[in-house]
Design a protein around this ligand. Structure first.
Ligand SMILES: *[C@@H]1O[C@H](CO)[C@@H](O)[C@H](O)[C@H]1NC(C)=O
Ligand SMILES: *[C@@H]1O[C@H](CO)[C@@H](O)[C@H](O)[C@H]1NC(C)=O
Length: 263
């Protein structure tokens, strides 16, 4: 039992002070056989997954260690510190509460985000108040979900393939950058959404295709929104409008052009 007069936190104070002054400390050299390294497990992680920055060959007799965001020891970018004797963990200004420090020095990230990508530096201080540091890298790539939301910011466009078609040939009105969360696509003849000129629609979830009054039965709608015309006629020449509705009932509309010439 410790006497009540002995300050219980006495041993905490020095190492926290040391951490602040850590960049001024002398470095100690390790035997080259025991190279201090950081390994990211996995080496590349999909957004939302957990990642461990695993420390190999951490020396014994450590007093404390800290993790920093970036390639340097910068107190403003300190994520977390661990004092080995007291086992006290303190979070730093760069912590976002998704990181956990393991007693072996490794840093565990939960649900990584794209912003977590970058360098991370571990600084360890031994009982002789010498410091050592090592930098590792965390790589996060976007999940499919983010990929789609990036795509939706790209402009929705229609391309006619070929740009001009001879009568009797097939033409594809190819849709570019259709949002990934589209629930239903409607095609209309003309430059506007007009139910009288509805050609065909496609419901993503049920894969049901409905034909409208303006259908000639020569059009095929694809799950990617593109519309194929078979055996085009001169009367097919004109504008066509696609309306896409996403899961939040947000509508996007784009108009393309089909040109048919007589050979
Ligand atoms: C450190 O601890 C973590 C969590 O217990 C473990 O997953 C990891 O493999 C350990 N790293 C080393 C180098 O032993
Ligand atoms: C859409 O699907 C059709 C038919 O599979 C294909 O020919 C076309 O290239 C696709 N369009 C895009 C933009 O991927």
């Amino acid at each position: 039992m410790e006497s009540p007069s002995a300050p219980a936190h006495r041993r905490c104070v020095p190492w926290q002070g040391l951490l602040l002054a850590a960049s001024l400390l002398t470095f100690w050299s390790l035997p080259t056989t025991a190279q201090l390294t950081i390994e990211s497990v996995p080496p590349n992680a999909a957004e939302g997954k957990n990642v461990l920055l695993c420390v190999h060959n951490l020396p014994a007799n450590l007093l404390a260690y800290s993790w920093y965001k970036g390639e340097m020891v910068d107190s403003d970018l300190r994520i977390v510190s661990y004092a080995t004797d007291t086992r006290i963990i303190t979070l730093g200004p760069a912590s976002n509460n998704r990181e956990a420090i393991c007693p072996n020095g490794s840093l565990q990230f939960q649900k990584v985000t794209l912003q977590d990508t970058g360098f991370y530096t571990l600084q360890a201080i031994n009982k002789d108040t010498e410091s050592i540091k090592v930098t590792g890298q965390l790589r996060v790539y976007p999940s499919l979900l983010t990929f789609w939301s990036l795509c939706t910011t790209a402009q929705l466009t229609i391309e006619s393939v070929p740009p001009n078609a001879a009568e009797g040939k097939d033409v594809l009105l190819r849709v570019h950058n259709l949002p990934g969360d589209v629930m239903v696509c409607f095609w209309y003849k003309g430059e506007r959404v007009n139910s009288d000129l509805h050609i065909v629609s496609y419901i993503a979830q049920t894969q049901v295709i409905n034909r409208g009054p303006a259908s000639s039965n020569r059009e095929t709608i694809y799950p990617n929104g593109s519309l194929l015309f078979q055996k085009v006629t001169l009367q097919d020449t004109g504008y066509y409008t696609l309306e896409a509705i996403d899961k939040n009932f947000q509508k996007k509309q784009v108009t393309g052009r089909l040109r048919v010439y007589r050979e």
